[in-house]
Design a protein around this ligand. Structure first.
Ligand code: GDP
Length: 314
């Protein structure tokens, strides 16, 4: 089995305020993507208000970090149960998750919620105990709580052997040791943990294309954008493809624009292959869950749950 050793796709999950955004910002910064002294106008993952206004579910953000010749794609996840369907969809796009837990607060309701989703998808979490700089930090007790939670949530043996890093995202420091005085002045242990423990995507680029839309985005210039993963095969700008709709009907279209991710930006790309997370435009009525395939090999991906079931009151 060939692997895309050059790529890691992960989701970052946490209870609100435990430091996901700060951690991703710091990982970006230390990978050199924010130039020295460059003012960062917008934090990596916090423009949810605009999205709510637009009424489009693009709460997940893709950040791509280049580290030691590897591309690490990090998808943010909403922690709230209202977005259960979205969390699940994101988990299907990735091969691993980073669970961030506050070194003082420990596990919280949303920690349980998002961890449960990750374990259900058979993902092996890496744990980052964050805010180790706090006076009241109690990292070892928090790791016991995390382990307890894994057990309560029926984690399998492999999942129970989660690696742990201790960090102060705000200071940009990390270590594999829980003692605050052992923090190293960079986050290298976290990057290395990702490369070591998160499986590289399977490289089945020679098989027929399957790209599945996990999230929708919109921009005035190109219109509707489907964000998702190339699960197998290859896709190129200009290619004639079919879109298998959720109702089973098929629409043919031509790929007009594709985007990859770099840091927080999207860049136009010409080509992508199995394992890549990309954004596609060119078809106005593309929807979450739909599959893009070659015209002569129309095989849909398994159905993705789109919305939480709503209770019908009578
Ligand atoms: P998110 O909701 O998980 O994205 O959390 P944020 O990254 O927005 O962080 C929530 C709050 O915790 C902010 O006020 C951060 O400045 C603070 N914070 C994040 N990381 C650390 C840390 O390592 N140490 C301390 N003391 N505070 C932190």
């Amino acid at each position: 089995m060939n692997l895309r050793e050059d790529i890691r796709n992960i989701a970052i999950i946490a209870h609100v305020d435990h430091g996901k955004t700060t951690l991703v910002d710091q990982l970006l910064k230390q990978s050199g993507i924010f130039r020295e002294n460059e003012h960062v106008e917008e934090r990596a993952m916090d423009s949810n208000d605009i999205e709510r206004e637009r009424g489009i579910t693009i709460l997940a953000k893709n950040t791509a970090i280049d580290y030691k010749d590897h591309r690490i794609n990090i998808l943010d996840t909403p922690g709230h149960a209202d977005f259960g369907g979205e969390v699940e969809r994101i988990m299907k796009m990735v091969d691993g998750v980073i669970l961030v837990v506050d070194a003082y607060e420990g596990t919280m309701p949303q920690t349980r919620f998002v961890l449960k989703k990750a374990l259900e998808q058979d993902l092996k979490p890496l744990v980052v105990v964050n805010k180790i700089d706090k006076d009241a930090a109690r990292p070892e007790a928090v790791i016991d709580e995390v382990l307890e939670l894994f057990i309560e949530l029926d984690a399998n043996d492999e999942q129970l052997e989660f690696p742990v890093a201790y960090a102060s995202a705000i200071n940009g420091t990390a270590s594999l040791e829980p003692e605050p005085e052992k923090q190293e002045e960079n986050m290298q242990s976290i990057y290395d943990m990702i490369l070591e423990y998160v499986p590289a995507p399977v490289d089945n680029s020679s098989e027929p294309l399957q790209f599945q839309v996990a999230l929708l985005d919109y921009n005035d210039y190109v219109g509707r954008i489907g964000v998702g993963r190339v699960f197998r095969g290859e896709i190129k700008v200009g290619q004639q493809v079919s879109l298998i709709k959720n109702d089973g009907t098929v629409k043919d279209f031509r790929v007009t624009k594709m985007f990859g991710f770099f840091g927080l930006k999207r860049l136009e790309i010409e080509h992508a292959q199995a394992g890549d997370l990309i954004a596609l435009s060119g078809l106005e009525d593309i929807n979450v869950g739909e599959t893009v395939t070659p015209r002569d090999h129309q095989e849909a991906m398994p159905v993705l749950r789109i919305d939480e079931p709503t209770l019908q009151m009578t």
